[in-house]
Ligand binder design. Structure first.
Ligand code: HEM
Length: 346
């Protein structure tokens, strides 16, 4: 029988576009790792309990695991190759902070009540293990627009091939895994709305009404689109899959975009962030940041679905390079000094 494909092993990373999301990053109390791992194992069953009754609402949930929590909770498993804490960036004018996050839940559905109910059940499952939470309720705005008024998400890699290649680890013991970076941005809409539409279009790099990319000779080099269009050494475009949503609180004058980007290798998203905050060339930072401030920043590993439900079924076997960590020093004998993962019984 042929090996399973990444898309057969992943969590619902590539769920269809939803109307609403809850993005919730949590920290877990020291000593409560076992309880949190047990709650994660319940996630698929909880999702079925809430979602089965209303399948047309397409409830889905992706769980991500932060670097420090991985070491605390899954010490028997080799570290995923690219898992590390979010790298903070300090540009000449704008910065991207790194904020705490042991777990991420990205809950999506067509209706808010299902998202809310699933998060409520997860909260019950976590019990006292929960230390703190940053929770954002995102909604789909008119025409797929963000609160800056621009259509957001147009140039995402398309299903059913490009999105899979972009987001899912293609082989090795963690086949079907992914990495996700999240940031909570707040906009200064007063300053933004003081710009003419033409100036706003030069900030983004696309037209506002029709959502057409500006020609290269018109699009400024510090526009959002120019700085986020990146290529590898062969000239192949390096991409991520985004599922940003607006959020806000009108009474408090809070207007935001929750950025969420999935990639098979988080270095792609990190290169985009370096362009945005440090600039490309250095100093030529993303003009969108003059109107949008990043308040959080976290990186998570999104394990294959069965690792969450049954972590004990992943057993270490020696000498598989695909689980080498970005940060692990290589032993003097040249081996990686870590195990690989084999699903027991396979
Ligand atoms: C494109 C909005 C943050 C990566 C776009 C577009 C908009 C937008 C309106 C053009 C339409 C599209 O193709 O989606 C925003 C807002 C953000 C934000 C409001 C937060 C304030 C980010 C961040 C990253 C990013 C943090 C990466 C780390 C991209 C990429 C594209 C894009 C890769 C497509 C570029 C292309 O190939 O044309 N964004 N974005 N965005 N954004 Fe963002």
């Amino acid at each position: 029988m042929s090996d399973p494909r990444p898309q057969d092993l992943c969590q619902s990373v590539l769920a269809p576009p939803a109307r609403v999301s809850i993005f919730i990053t949590l920290t877990i109390r020291e000593g409560a790792e076992g309880a949190a791992v047990a709650a994660l194992a319940q996630l698929p069953a909880l999702k079925r309990s809430v979602g089965f009754r209303e399948p047309e609402q397409q409830l889905s949930c992706v769980a991500g695991i932060g670097s420090r929590f991985w070491d605390r909770a899954y010490p028997h498993l080799p570290r995923p190759a690219h898992l590390h804490p979010f790298i903070p960036l300090e540009g000449s004018k704008h910065s991207a902070p790194s904020t705490p996050g042991d777990l991420l839940f990205h809950v999506r559905a067509m209706r808010f009540d299902l998202c809310f109910e699933l998060v409520r059940q997860l909260r019950l499952a976590l019990g006292d293990a929960l230390e703190s939470a940053d929770e954002v309720h995102g909604f789909r705005y008119f025409d797929e627009r963000d609160l800056l008024g621009f259509v957001d998400g147009t140039e995402n890699p398309e299903p059913p091939v490009d999105d899979v290649v972009t987001t899912l680890v293609p082989d090795g013991p963690y086949t079907g895994a992914s990495y996700v970076i999240v940031q909570k941005y707040l906009h200064d809409l007063t300053a933004w709305n003081a710009l003419s539409v033409e100036d706003q279009e030069r900030v983004i790099g696309r037209t506002k009404l029709d959502d057409i990319e500006l020609p290269d000779d018109v699009k400024p080099s510090n526009s959002h689109v120019a700085l986020n269009t990146i290529e590898d050494a062969d000239g192949t475009q390096r991409q991520i899959v985004r599922d940003n949503l607006p959020f806000g609180n009108v009474g408090e004058g809070e207007f935001g975009t929750y950025f969420i980007g999935y990639a098979a290798d988080p270095d792609v998203t990190e290169e985009m962030l370096r362009h945005m905050f440090l600039g490309n060339p250095p100093g030529n930072y993303d003009r969108i940041l003059d109107f949008s401030t990043a308040h959080t920043g976290c990186l998570f590993f999104v394990p294959p679905a069965d690792l969450l439900e049954n972590p004990q079924s992943f057993a270490a076997a020696p000498d598989d390079p695909s689980t080498a960590s970005d940060t692990d020093p290589t032993p003097a004998d040249g081996s990686l000094g870590i195990g690989s993962l084999r699903r027991s019984g396979s």
